[in-house]
Write a protein that binds this ligand. Structure first.
Ligand SMILES: N[C@@H](CCC(=O)N[C@@H](CS)C(=O)NCC(=O)O)C(=O)O
Length: 219
């Protein structure tokens, strides 16, 4: 089988390296050991083939060899972990139970909105950046820090207990983005358990593997 033929049989993932939604999808795919053909896209020049598959125009988009298209990052995570879940990420989240769903919904909804305002504060001049930052901490990051700190019996606490779950992987890329807006502030923020959790993810072989720089494809 030629390399090209083999690649053609793999699921096709349209991705953007730094996008937190794409990162969470790549984390789950890699965790599941699902090889994909990776298309790094430019968000300014999305490939026509991707828009044909998913006209809403967001990444990630996964096309399965049978033709099925998944264009929501959480659906891609769930599909990947249904193929293989060697460390029980789904069991850890109790197959995405109510608490898991609520944490992810708060992350993807109101926290993401505040994160965007904090990151691009000059576009939201009603308030200074610190206002959006502090709202985001109060809404989401301080409760996450408290959850982690409450897992006192675990050496490496995770959001839903001692084991890594889908929820950690789904939320981590957004906390990473938040921390990077003002790394000096985050380094001494009153979020010590969250900072340690973030650092473990940043240092993980899994994260480093999914952040390897792919070549930019032409459209
Ligand atoms: N709900 C979607 C959101 C994906 C999303 O918004 N991705 C951003 C990049 S981080 C995007 O593609 N935005 C479209 C654009 O920037 O044109 C998911 O979970 O996959």
């Amino acid at each position: 089988m030629s390399g090209e033929t083999r690649a053609a049989a793999l699921p096709l993932l349209y991705s953007f390296r730094r996008c937190p939604y794409a990162i969470r999808a790549r984390l789950a795919l890699r965790q599941a050991g699902v090889a994909v053909q990776l298309h790094e896209v430019s968000l300014r020049e999305k490939p026509a083939a991707m828009l044909t598959l998913s006209p809403k125009g967001t990444v990630p988009v996964l096309q399965l060899p049978g033709g099925t298209v998944l264009d929501e990052s959480l659906d891609i995570m769930l599909w990947a972990l249904a193929q293989a879940d060697p460390d029980g990420w789904l069991a850890g989240a109790k197959s995405v139970n109510a608490e898991a769903k609520a944490l992810i919904a708060r992350n993807d909804g109101p926290f993401k909105a505040l994160l965007d305002r904090y990151k691009y504060a000059s576009r939201y001049p009603q308030f200074p950046a610190a206002h959006y930052r502090d709202e985001a901490v109060a809404l989401h990051l301080a409760p996450l820090d408290a959850l982690l700190a409450a897992q006192s019996d675990a050496a490496r606490p995770c959001l839903l207990g001692a084991r890594v779950s889908l929820v950690d992987a789904a939320i981590f890329p957004f906390v990473r983005q938040f921390a990077a807006v003002d790394a000096a502030w985050f380094a001494t923020a009153p979020l010590p358990a969250l900072r340690a959790w973030l650092q473990r993810w940043l240092d993980s072989a899994l994260f480093q593997a999914v952040m390897e720089k792919p070549p930019v494809r032409e459209r």
